[in-house]
Design a protein. Structure first.
Length: 150
């Protein structure tokens, strides 16, 4: 069975940012942030008009029009907890197009838009081995025992 690699960080999203006071203050002052970054945008799963159009089409084919409408609306309902679409800028060549896409998503969803610079040093630490491996068939559970479970 394949192993899973997980960064050594308490919050998954924090691996993209440095450990400065600014990053901590941002997390504390911006509740309800939905993160957009190049990797996640490539999956096509970030909420926005294109995403909802695509899943509506898929759901209609699988479940029929009435059920599809209900499922998409249910999906949109939990997004009401979010207030921000924040783009993590790594300085890649296509960043302008991705920022524009994220802004359009924020507009469609009625959210505020923000962008932050990613901190490549934390990603480099992950590549340098500052991570741990979860054996196949096991899962990682956070808490005081910090161990593996089956």
């Amino acid at each position: 069975m394949a192993k899973t690699v997980r960064p050594r960080t308490a919050m998954f999203i924090r691996r993209f940012f440095d450990r400065t006071t600014y990053a901590i203050q941002y997390f504390d002052s911006h509740r309800g942030v939905y993160w957009y970054s190049p990797g996640w945008l490539e999956t096509g799963t970030q909420p926005g008009k294109e995403y909802f159009d695509r899943i509506m089409k898929e759901y209609v084919e699988k479940y029929g029009a009435d059920n599809a409408e209900y499922l998409v609306q249910t999906h949109k309902d939990w997004l009401k907890e979010y207030q921000w679409a924040a783009y993590i800028d790594w300085g890649f060549a296509n960043a302008d197009a991705e920022k524009a896409y994220t802004k359009r998503c924020a507009d469609v969803l009625g959210w505020k838009y923000d962008e932050l610079n990613g901190d490549p040093t934390l990603m480099q630490r992950l590549l340098d081995g500052d991570c741990f491996f979860i054996p196949g068939g096991r899962r990682c559970v956070s808490g005081p025992h910090r161990g593996w479970t089956s």
